[in-house]
Design a protein around this ligand. Sequence first.
Ligand SMILES: [Mg+2]
Length: 381
Amino acid sequence: MIITRVETFAVPPRWLMCRVETDQGIVGWGEPVVEGRAATVRTAVHELAELLVGRDPMRIEDHWQVMTKGSFYRGGPVLSSAVAGLDQALWDIAGKALGVPAHVLLGGPVRDRVRAYSWVGGDEPADVADAVAAQVEAGFSAVKMNACGRMNRLATTREIDGMVDRAAAVREVLGPDRDFAVDFHGRFTVANARKVLPHLAPFNPLFAEEAVLPEYTSRLGELVTGSPVPIATGERLYSRTDVLPALQAGVAVLQPDLSHAGGISEVRRIAVLAETFDVLLAPHCPLGPVSLAASLQIAFSTPNFLIQEQSIGIHYNHGAEVLDYVVDPAVFRFHDGCFLRPTAPGLGIEVDEKAVRAADGSRADWRSPLWRHSDGSFAEW
Ligand SMILES: [Mg+2]
């Protein structure tokens, strides 16, 4: 079997899909994208495709090595995401060629179902209690929310009180048997995180995500030591070497993204590395169906897995939904807030190729919001 063609499709709401075709009629799908930089990654995918066309798709590890290291300049979000999507497609092809799901090739399932969480609230969360109640009603046992909106570099009393009030309201709705996690989107300084997190601790969040930006990972150890809330990070780390300092700093939860961190091949290795630090995996996935399918293949085959992010019905998907691009959405149906094990070969989904081709190009220009503080200076989104 040889790879004959690599195509890409930029589709709403902000995703890029790649389709890898072989001479045997087997097709693999991947989702190589950086949110807001779909066109940039698309170019990188086609440059990397030169290394794949005419080659045996079953040599996944060799392709990963060559795509990642076969250029003098390597790593970072754009290149690692381009490799990630192509790697997903190769695992999809391998599974389909052998007639088994990718997680069987990774050693087989280690659990029967995968716990997932839903997002509640928007970027400036207000009354989240009703949104949490709706998720509980839908059967979820965990939710995640932004802890804060735009905020001062050192939080005011009003800002801290607002966060505490929301956490209290959410815990009240969830009761003692369900979880909530809080995402800070790197909006805090280290000092601000140390100031704020003890106030949230009484409400027992599952974890606090990206309290500080990955640029400040060298100071993550101080935060871990000073925070009673478990610290999570990783959606903006792209390789084993990127996550190592965070693991050494003592984070509790690592959140690699299957579409950013080198795909199934590298996230598998990141999971194993995390296991040696007694750290749990909660793969980041605010993306589309292929990325989610790849995440589930890792979730079902990773012993130190905690919980899966997913964006079905999320507040910021406009123009299309996760389920719009799969032939049979039943594979993503929730059962008591969990995904059941996908049994179809490869990534376990059938991409709706007609829908993907029809949507190509219509919304590739999504951009991250640009925020400013009240004094006009740049603010982290
Ligand atoms: Mg996040």
